[in-house]
Design a protein around this ligand. Structure first.
Ligand code: AKG
Length: 337
């Protein structure tokens, strides 16, 4: 026995991981042309199975694909201010280890005109990283003048049976990353400029992400003008995934292999990786764990629009909750032993 769990709970979870891949998910994310995809096929082959897919050719008609240069966006937006997240390293909303403690680090949040945002984004080596990543229905709420240059994905809306609850615009550079997490939404993620690299794990694999309860803290500027982490008052804890799939140094990679053996285990199927390019849309099913990094290449910045649809709290959601609970139990027992 490990604590109160049978000793083979870990083996059973490994089997679940392998079986989910063998039966349906596979080891790659398929690409399907929008011309072959009706709402019914999309629902039958992907939504009902909670299975990711990249759809090509679905947004070729969006004027945004051609028009959204930095100059054009600046001109359309004028003096309107947008929400911007700022960190020293580009890893907002992620686990940061400091003086022997683990913090869940929220970014400093600012409002600034788009012109100032783009100027800072283009400035190299400022020692800080900014990312327009507000998830408050930001396309209509903050970028209203650009709204008409994208269109709803009507076939997806039909498959989900509801209009999107939020439509968010994301603008950032190569240094911004989004740490592993899951959302209680069905997500249609459309890339307009640059590339997004998604690392994905299904809900069954929660135990491979080593969630730990971290103290919530936020970056704030101190008297010398530097960003530093300030724990929230009153103090609160948040369980968050501690695995970083791109450790910044060889040393940190070795440390991660020791701390997170089931993430890197060569006997388990590796996380799925998919690169989503301009004009492509990723269907990211609800409750899938995702880590996101970006590659601007010649574009200077990466721009994407995502649509969040309400998810069904069905039996798949119940299985996912069980997987989360087993993961928490397994790791709390590993610490205790
Ligand atoms: O693009 C990103 O940086 C993160 C996207 C994301 O996490 C989401 O759409 O849920």
């Amino acid at each position: 026995m490990i604590g109160s769990m049978p000793v083979d709970a870990r083996t059973l979870l490994h089997e679940l991981t392998k079986e989910a891949r063998d039966l349906d998910i596979g080891n790659t994310v398929a690409r399907v042309s929008a011309s072959q995809l009706t709402s019914l096929v999309f629902y039958r082959d992907f939504v009902s199975r909670n299975k990711p897919v990249v759809i090509t050719g679905a947004i070729d008609h969006w004027p945004a694909l051609q028009s959204w240069t930095m100059n054009y966006i600046t001109e359309r937006m004028g003096e309107a201010k947008i929400s911007v997240a700022r960190t020293p390293h580009g890893r907002a909303d992620s686990v940061v280890r400091l003086d022997g403690s683990q913090y869940f680090a929220l970014p400093e949040e600012e409002q600034m005109p788009v012109q100032e945002f783009f100027t800072s984004l283009c400035r190299e080596n400022s020692g800080e990283v900014i990312y327009a990543q507000a998830q408050n229905n930001s396309l209509p709420e903050e970028f209203g003048p650009l709204l008409k240059e994208v269109a709803d994905l009507e076939w997806a809306t039909l498959a989900f049976g509801t209009n999107p609850e939020a439509t968010n615009l994301w603008i950032g550079g190569d240094d911004s990353m989004t740490s592993f997490h899951k959302d209680h939404y069905e997500n249609m993620y459309a890339v307009v400029k640059g590339r997004k690299v998604f690392t994905l794990l299904p809900p069954s694999d929660a135990y491979r992400l080593y969630f730990q309860t971290c103290t919530v803290a936020q970056y704030r500027r101190n008297a010398t003008g530097k960003l530093h982490l300030e724990p929230e008052e009153p103090s609160r804890g948040l369980p968050w995934a501690t695995v970083d799939p791109y450790p910044p140094s060889d040393e940190q990679m070795e440390a991660s292999k020791l701390a997170h053996p089931e993430y890197w285990d060569p006997d388990l199927p590796p996380p799925l990786q998919v690169v989503v390019g301009p004009g492509e849309v990723l269907y990211l099913p609800s409750l899938w764990f995702h880590h996101v990094r970006q590659e601007a290449r010649a574009d200077v910045c990466v721009i994407a629009v995502n649509f969040w649809y309400e998810m069904a709290f069905d039996c798949k959601a119940a299985y996912a909750k069980l997987a989360d609970q087993l993961a928490a139990e397994l790791h709390s027992n590993s610490h205790a032993n």
